[in-house]
Design a protein around this ligand. Structure first.
Ligand SMILES: Cc1cc2nc3c(=O)[nH]c(=O)nc-3n(C[C@H](O)[C@H](O)[C@H](O)COP(=O)(O)OP(=O)(O)OC[C@H]3O[C@@H](n4cnc5c(N)ncnc54)[C@H](O)[C@@H]3O)c2cc1C
Length: 644
């Protein structure tokens, strides 16, 4: 019997550079895997020369000066954000009942109209085009606010402008496209992003929706079906990813994916189904069918064949809204947990005094501070430069933030006990405060799945982490290349590693410019980045090209990188806040918060390093293949099996 190979990093939805064929050995892949790799790699942006803070960690470079001093929002920017947030908060309090929205599965029209009126659908669109022109930081702050109150509204607003029409047009639109669609979007015409298909989830390179050019080349005709398109039922305009005719690139036929702006009133568009979910019950999400939908060539974003680049770049910045919304929900959970832990007395003491509950509360507070620090830092990079390379930072915020948010909401349910599991309506009917922790839990679960699942985020980050090594040594290991090319590459790689590798063992004596007791943790992070780089290099040397199949192992490297980023952002933000602290108590509480986070992060990092050498990965993989082959069918006996 043939055992299944683990899915490889090459099937990730990340984007190939033109030199992918040089650095990645595709000889052992099947045709589908190779095509997916070539396509995603060609859509991948080359990393900037200087790399980003997170990217450089994996090469042992710890550039603390990128985060310290922690980027401060200017007074002007903050004031602008505050004014909008105050209006948004007042509107939510006066007009929105999130539990009612959850119960009915509908967002009242007046709520959508009210949001549109205050500009909530054009937060980042420039004022010249009718938007509010707020910064990424203020947009993230709005997502925190919405996420804390109503997940359905957070999803509505964010699917529209983080991944819907505004974001790809802000990044890649022509002046004409911007002038045509952005004022409409800013006024409240809702948009959506249609990439996923029934057979195409995490691997967008294989999408089936087709767009064929008309004889005169002025239009494209779209046919196909898209699944789970958020906002679809309310949308006036969509971004649709479709396959256009293949092109010959270096003598080889290459699939082309193209991004189209499609007005919903174009003939041939049918909403086939409204999807309903565990949580986010008022999501206007559905299946959309395209039958001979004629779209002008002028509606192509960026260019024919550049659709995956549009999709992946859109998601790179767009997915930053998600950890911001997660931070909002997590803060709401902290509020609920804090109050209940103080109020609820069991076994003679408030439950917050019992160590098992205090442990959850402490971890919750520490992780929220870190989530917010990571997101604010990454948002500040976009504010400095709209085209900044935030791929890794945003992916880490999304991965780390959505996983922490899930733990936090789960802990909140545990802290609330039976009341956590009870619906807000039921609590209200029997006279208790209607705190909707069960709704929070349902709404939160999707965050580790959409906009890049946790598994895919780890592969994406691992691909980027390995990129410098692939560039230096990939050709040496590529059995498809001629021996001469490999020998020349080996010489170059040898020279590079002869200087780079010893540096990863040298202690850094440069001072760390932090003022507080957190300095020791920043020094630890600097040491750990080098240990991470060494360990990654050892794993590469040991596993060779097979490393990309070791997803669980690679995941540990990614998690270490994310923890170093979280720890650094935490310390840097705490340093900045310490300077603003008005009392000794405030200062001490802040130090306690950051110190606790650092201690916990260091323990997690130690566990991940330990897992590199002591793990049951192989046994687990082998067992899973036994399960897949049906060898353990008896384990499923004694149940009411799913009807075929
Ligand atoms: C509520 C909701 C809203 C959504 N909104 C939109 C939207 O607006 N627009 C849009 O285009 N899409 C949208 N989606 C789709 C969403 O982005 C996908 O669900 C997501 O990309 C995962 O795809 P999938 O569900 O098909 O899972 P699959 O890709 O089938 O994956 C199933 C599981 O396998 C894992 N997996 C897959 N490949 C690998 C691999 N190579 N290695 C390791 N693990 C792997 C995944 O992580 C996942 O755990 C939405 C989905 C939902 C549920």
């Amino acid at each position: 019997m043939k055992t299944l190979e683990p899915p490889t990093m090459e099937t990730r939805p990340t984007p190939p550079s033109d030199d992918a064929a040089q650095v990645i050995d595709t000889s052992k892949m099947n045709a589908g895997q190779r095509a997916a790799l070539e396509m995603t790699e060609s859509a991948r942006d080359a990393a900037s020369e200087k790399g980003s803070f997170a990217a450089n960690l994996f090469m042992g470079r710890y550039e603390l000066d990128r985060l310290l001093p922690f980027p401060a929002q200017s007074h002007e920017d903050r004031d602008q954000g505050d004014a909008f947030l105050a209006r948004l908060e007042a509107f939510l309090r006066a007009n929105v009942d999130p539990d009612e929205i959850d119960r009915t599965g509908e967002i009242p029209d007046e709520v959508i109209e009210g949001l549109a009126k205050m500009g909530a659908f054009g937060i980042k669109i420039s004022p010249q085009l009718g938007g509010l022109g707020l910064s990424q930081t203020n947009y993230c702050r709005a997502a925190v606010l919405l996420g804390s109150y109503c997940g359905n509204l957070a999803a509505l607003v964010s699917a529209h402008q983080s991944i819907g029409v505004p974001q790809p047009l802000i990044l890649f639109g022509t002046d004409e496209q911007k002038a045509n669609w952005l004022p409409r979007c800013a006024k409240g015409e809702i948009s959506a992003f249609a990439l996923t298909e029934p057979g195409v989830g995490s691997d967008p390179a294989t999408l089936q929706t087709r767009a064929e050019p008309t004889a005169d080349g002025q239009h494209f005709v779209i046919n196909g079906e898209k699944l789970w398109c958020t906002n679809l039922l309310k949308a006036g305009v969509l971004v649709v990813m479709a396959q256009t005719p293949p092109k010959l690139v270096n003598g080889k036929e290459r699939k082309q994916v193209t991004a189209f702006i499609v007005d919903m009133d174009t003939p041939g568009i049918e909403i086939a189904h409204r999807c309903r979910f565990l949580g986010l019950r008022a999501l206007y999400n559905g299946v959309v069918r395209f039958t001979d939908v004629k779209v002008p060539r002028a509606n192509i974003i960026l260019g024919e064949g550049k659709g995956l680049k549009v999709a992946l770049s859109t998601l790179n910045t767009g997915r930053l809204t998600l950890p911001a919304a997660c931070t909002g929900l997590a803060k709401r959970c902290l509020e609920v947990s804090r109050k209940w832990s103080a109020e609820r007395v069991q076994w003679g003491a408030p439950i917050g005094k019992h160590a098992a509950i205090a442990d959850k509360l402490g971890r919750m507070a520490a992780n929220i501070f870190a989530m917010e620090a990571m997101t604010l830092y990454t948002a500040s990079l976009v504010d400095r430069d709209k085209k900044a390379d935030i791929r890794l930072e945003a992916a880490m915020c999304k991965l780390w933030g959505s996983e922490r948010a899930w733990e936090i909401v789960d802990d909140t349910m545990q802290i609330r006990g039976g009341r956590g599991y009870e619906t807000a309506q039921s609590l209200k009917e029997r006279g208790e405060e209607p705190i909707a922790v069960e709704r929070f839990l349902r709404d939160c679960r999707i965050n580790t799945i959409f906009e890049g699942s946790s598994e895919i985020m780890r592969l994406f980050i691992a691909r980027e982490a390995l990129d410098p090594h692939l560039k230096v040594a990939g050709a040496v290991l590529n059995s498809q290349l001629p021996m001469g090319v490999r020998a020349a590459a080996a010489m170059k790689a040898g020279l590079f590693y002869a200087s780079w590798y010893p540096q990863q063992w040298l202690p850094s004596l440069a001072p760390v410019n932090a003022q507080s007791a957190l300095t020791k943790h920043l020094k630890f992070a600097r040491r750990t980045a080098r240990k991470l780089a060494r360990s990654l290099f050892h794993a590469m040397a040991l596993n060779g090209p097979k490393l990309e199949k070791q997803q669980v192992l690679l995941g540990r490297f990614v998690d270490i990188g994310a923890e170093i980023f979280a720890l650094t952002a935490t310390c840097a933000r705490a340093e900045a806040k310490l300077k603003e602290a008005k009392s000794l108590e405030e200062r001490e509480a802040l130090l306690q918060l950051a110190e606790c986070f650092c201690q916990q992060a260091r323990l997690r990092i130690a566990r991940h390093f330990d897992g590199l050498h002591h793990n049951a990965d192989r046994a687990g993989y082998k067992l899973a293949q036994g399960v897949l082959s049906g060898q353990l069918g008896w384990l499923e006996e004694g149940i009411v099996a799913h009807k075929k």
